[in-house]
Design a protein around this ligand. Structure first.
Ligand code: NAD
Length: 499
């Protein structure tokens, strides 16, 4: 059985804690490797290496740091197929979707090549008599990031690329369910010219995370994962004086107005609801058609389309729309929630419970499910299912439809399908959700905008990537300077003001 490693100071290092977790091939159900779970002592040693390496890296000029990112982009493109295959093997998503995972991270790396511009700072000449004032952005020191299983390439890059280009050392604690690609990314960063110790990968579970949270050296923590863990990491990190940003779970609503093109809406729901087996924080998991006629027609169109969905292993190539879910436990939880939906009175229009794939009976495949007549008290509505299960909530009016999205505790993404500009504009202005699509089902912002939800989908005040990332990974220092010719004689006892 293959043992994965940690990546410490530019080298693969075996775990010494004696604790491991299984890494599955979700398509077959086989355990394909063991992931070492770091002890506190192992994490502390890694933090010390990061702290030792960081000052020299922060002293490298921003243009040279950006050149490492340039080279890294070309290496990502060179190794795209290899990265996608490793990702699909542990996660289960299709190869094109895995390549998209790498590509969406790569785009943030490209954005980070603009670091010299982003880090330039502000200067005021003659802010007072003989006085100049300037602000600069300085690296925090050692930063850490804890990432989920569902985007093993994209989310680590969203964190480490801006952190590193700003002059920080970064410690990545990826999901113990999909550690291969994060380790490969660290190797590529070294090949791109990054000095040892600036990007390290520590595999582990709560013990490793707690070691990062309680370290006095770690200055900032980024987290992406489920909301209960996000709340814990945010509270603990803040209590320990760190800068923290945590991105949590989701329940994304798509409102379908009576004037929408229902074929377009149904196509969009198919990809956004079932793509990646629903294991996306920006998946649409609730469809809210407005009016009975819209709902009836939409359900009919969805059922026809769902019947054509092809579920299978990534190795089947273009013949597959989505793959298995990540573990047997994830599958069991999805099927448990489906059962609560039935018990609580929702109508299961498409039942994927008996889905079985010949030759892959032990894989973690879940057939597509479609619920109708879902209400806002049901568990399938209140909880994140994170599987190929689309819930339909029927609304009589636009106001009722928008209220569903407004009153749900999560606020990551949402979408509206309509041909009416006024309705779309009103929706975009009033909705209390961070990322909004107008006739766009998965409105993940591009690298130069920022990514983040509202409500229980986020803890902290700066978003991921875009200009916010440069703020999160730096501190502002403002210098007020004057030279002897500008200094008046005698002491000043009142607070200086600008008359
Ligand atoms: P998870 O919360 O189980 O794990 C995320 C990370 O936290 C992993 O690295 C894991 O090792 C660590 N972790 C788990 N339990 C911990 C504990 N008790 N203490 C400390 N650390 C712990 O999430 P997941 O199952 O890997 O990912 C799916 C979740 O992530 C979903 O809820 C999804 O919505 C969310 N997600 C959110 C976004 C976003 O941007 N908002 C993006 C992707 C995924």
């Amino acid at each position: 059985m293959k043992n994965m490693t940690h990546y410490v100071n530019g080298e693969h290092v075996e775990g010494t804690s004696g604790r491991f977790s299984d890494i599955f091939n979700p398509a077959t159900g086989d355990v394909q490797a063991q992931c070492p779970l770091a002890s506190t002592a192992e994490v502390d040693a890694i933090i010390a290496k990061a702290a030792a390496a960081q000052p020299a890296w922060a002293a490298v000029n921003p243009q040279r740091r950006a050149r490492v990112m340039m080279k890294f982009v070309s290496l990502l493109n060179r190794d795209m197929d290899k990265l996608a295959e490793a990702l699909s093997r542990e996660h289960g998503k299709t190869l094109p979707d895995a390549a998209g995972d790498v590509q969406r991270g790569l785009e943030v790396v490209e954005y980070c090549i603009g670091a010299p511009q982003m880090l330039k700072g502000d200067f005021t000449d003659s802010a007072g008599p003989g006085i100049d004032m300037y602000s600069m952005r300085q690296a925090l020191g050692v930063s850490a990031g804890i990432t989920p299983f569902n985007f093993p390439a994209m989310i680590p890059m969203w964190m480490f690329a801006p952190a590193i280009v700003c002059g920080n050392a970064f410690i990545l604690k990826p999901s113990e369910r999909a550690p291969s690609v994060p380790l490969m990314l660290a190797e590529l960063m070294k090949e791109a010219g990054l000095p040892d110790g600036i990007l390290q990968v520590v595999n582990g579970d709560k013990e490793a995370v707690d070691a990062l949270l309680h370290s006095e050296t770690v200055q900032s923590i980024g987290f992406v994962g489920s909301t209960p863990i996000a709340e814990y990491i945010y509270a603990t990190g803040c209590a320990n004086g760190k800068r923290v940003q945590c991105f949590g779970g989701a329940k994304n609503h798509m409102i379908i107005m009576p004037d929408a093109d229902l074929d377009q809406a149904a196509d969009a729901l198919l990809g956004a609801g079932y793509g990646a087996a629903g294991e996306r924080c920006m998946a649409i998991s609730v469809a809210v058609p407005v009016g009975e006629e819209t709902a009836d027609r939409l359900i009919e169109k969805l059922v026809t389309r769902i019947e054509t969905l092809k579920v299978g292993p990534y190795t089947a190539g273009a013949d597959v729309d989505y793959g298995p879910v990540v573990t047997a436990a994830a599958k069991a939880n999805i099927l448990r929630l489906v059962q609560t939906g039935i018990d609580q009175g929702a109508k299961l229009v498409v039942d994927g419970r008996d889905f079985n794939l010949q030759g892959y009976e032990d894989g973690f495949f879940v057939g597509p499910h479609l619920f109708d007549n879902v209400t806002n008290e049901m568990d399938i509505y209140t909880q994140e299912i994170f599987g190929p299960v689309l819930c339909t909530v029927r609304a009589k009016t636009y106001e009722e439809a928008i209220a569903y999205a407004m009153y749900h505790e999560y606020g990551n993404g949402t979408a509206i399908y309509t041909r009416d500009g006024d309705t779309a504009r009103d929706f975009a202005n009033r909705i209390n959700v961070g990322m909004v699509g107008i006739n766009v089902p998965i409105p993940v912002p591009l690298a130069y905008h920022t990514f983040g939800g509202w409500k229980k989908s986020v803890f902290g005040d700066l978003n991921q990537h875009g200009p916010d990332a440069f703020k999160f990974y730096t501190r502002t220092k403002t210098i007020t300077a004057r030279w002897p010719s500008g200094i008046k004689e005698g002491g000043e006892f009142s607070i200086p003001v600008m008359d």
